[in-house]
Design a protein around this ligand. Structure first.
Ligand code: XLS
Ligand code: NI
Ligand code: NI
Length: 481
């Protein structure tokens, strides 16, 4: 049974190559993994539960051995005067959790969820959406994120595509009710072949216009769903070669496109934050949004600095040669930390592997910055993370999110412990204490010129330089984990 299914999936992928101009979402699985389920049944509303046997996930504490329980995340518990759920503002990424198939460049899809019927139909889109809301409810997560094209299929014309989106979004609005919120929406401007040169950076005027129409619509539906933010993508985000592209012109096009998005946001009265998500390479090698600092410079140069914030993704930080903590601090110091795509990369694989963040030390550093930032609202933590290709049980979707939530919750507890203990911040304060003086204050307020400093240097002679205490800092940090 399983072998035949894999055969069908491979065939489906080959067919996809031929008809790819209309199928833009990742190939949906063709059959359910669980034998005896509704493989191949007609699209339509799903009868009953999507996740039978999975209870509402509860907090059971660190000693629990139950994989379907939280060990560290206790939504209502207060840490540093605020509920854990308000610090975290967790969100499930629709594309990974409900459109992820496990396919990679060397392998066919492995995930064949029972509710999938192998089509990219409108009825299937609605059924999948119902699965998403049941998932959120059972997981106890109040937010979700999507790209326009993962929630609704592309039609033959832009009108038809927009009508499909409207139909799915109307159902989403109903299913959200007043309990579930949209952390952010975005437009998917990369998979469809029309975007092969980029979208806002495309050399084709018609593509630029088409992308504008798509972003306009995605902003409208995000607004309609009460979106708290909108993640802005210009589409493929860069250029591959400087031989056959005009970098200066493309950057200008991108900036004009962003300006138009700002103007449209104001026109429709959308009050959410506009975010851009730094990412180096993938799929292009020169990106205007390489990392937080490059993105900040781009925004400043084109006068967009007050209109956008950054969505920092930990895996993208690693790809840029930084730690996630460094990117978060760069964004925070620039007043640009808007949202976090909570994931991590593999230390050996140089690719955006989008793994769930499971490293407690990293999570502690991430939470230190979130606390310094006074939280993330109206942003939050979006699980831009997917199951490994080998994880194929429905319950793995829950286990992955639970572990990801617990890791960050544990990071929050540790960061609070470090603050309450105070020895690490003491160490840092002492390190700079020579500046807590009259001359230090003059330097920090820009009032000390070189003549004054030279006079002091001559007067004092050779300065004494104390130890930096790196290992002591690490020792204190470790003791909180
Ligand atoms: C891809 C991005 C993507 C965004 C949403 O690398 O991380 O998943 O978060 O378009
Ligand atoms: Ni992301
Ligand atoms: Ni990514």
């Amino acid at each position: 049974m399983r072998e035949r299914n894999v055969g069908k999936c491979l065939l489906f992928l080959l067919c996809l190559n031929v008809v790819s101009s209309v199928v833009i979402a990742a190939a949906p699985p063709t059959c359910p993994a669980d034998t005896g389920s509704d493989c191949g049944s007609d699209s339509g509303e799903w009868e009953g539960e999507f996740f039978p046997g999975i209870p509402k996930i509860e907090y059971e504490g660190p000693s629990s051995k139950n994989p379907l329980s939280f060990k560290w995340y206790n939504a209502e518990e207060e840490i540093l005067g605020e509920k854990m759920k308000d610090w975290m503002r967790f969100s499930v990424a629709f594309w990974h959790t409900f459109r992820g198939t496990g396919a990679d460049p060397f392998g066919a899809p492995t995930k064949t969820w029972p509710w999938e019927d192998g089509t990219n139909s409108l009825a299937m889109a609605k059924r999948r959406l119902r699965a998403n809301f049941e998932f959120l409810e059972k997981l106890g997560v109040e937010r979700w994120c999507f790209h326009d094209r993962d929630i609704a299929p592309e039609g033959k014309t832009l009108e038809e595509t927009n009508a499909n989106l409207d139909e799915v979004v109307a159902l989403a609005k109903e299913l959200q009710g007043d309990k579930i919120h949209l952390l952010w929406g975005t437009a998917q401007l990369f998979l469809q072949p029309r975007y092969m040169h980029g979208a806002a950076t495309s050399s084709e005027l018609g593509v630029y216009a088409y992308a504008a129409a798509q972003v306009k619509k995605a902003m409208e539906v995000t607004h309609y769903l009460g979106g708290e933010n909108y993640v802005f993508w210009g589409g493929r985000e860069g250029y591959q070669s400087l031989l056959n592209t005009d970098m200066e012109r493309e950057l200008n096009h991108m900036a004009r496109f962003m300006e138009a998005a700002v103007a449209y946001k104001k026109k429709i009265g959308f009050n959410g934050t506009l975010l851009i998500e730094p990412k180096p390479q993938e799929p292009t090698k020169h990106q205007y949004d390489w990392d937080a600092a490059t993105s900040a410079n781009f925004l400043r140069k084109y006068g967009l600095i007050g209109e956008f914030k950054l969505n920092i993704e930990c895996n993208h930080a690693t790809l840029a040669g930084h730690s996630c903590h460094h990117e978060l601090e760069t964004a925070r110091i620039n007043g640009l930390l808007g949202n976090i795509d909570a994931n991590s990369g593999d230390p050996q694989i140089g690719w955006d592997t989008d793994q769930f963040l499971m490293d407690v030390a990293e999570a502690t550093l991430v939470m230190q910055t979130v606390i310094k930032n006074g939280g993330l609202a109206p942003g939050g933590f979006n699980f831009d993370a997917k199951l490994r290709r080998e994880s194929t049980d429905v319950e793995d979707l829950f286990i992955a999110h639970i572990a990801g939530m617990d890791t960050l919750a544990r990071g929050l507890r540790n960061a609070a412990k470090l603050i309450e203990d105070g020895s690490l911040s003491d160490l840092v304060r002492k390190r700079y204490q020579s500046f807590d003086s009259e001359l230090g204050a003059a330097i920090e307020s820009g009032k000390a010129d070189f003549e004054l400093l030279e006079k002091k240097a001559l007067e004092w002679g050779e300065p004494k330089v104390p130890s930096g205490k790196q290992e002591l800092a690490e020792m204190i940090f470790q003791s909180a984990l």
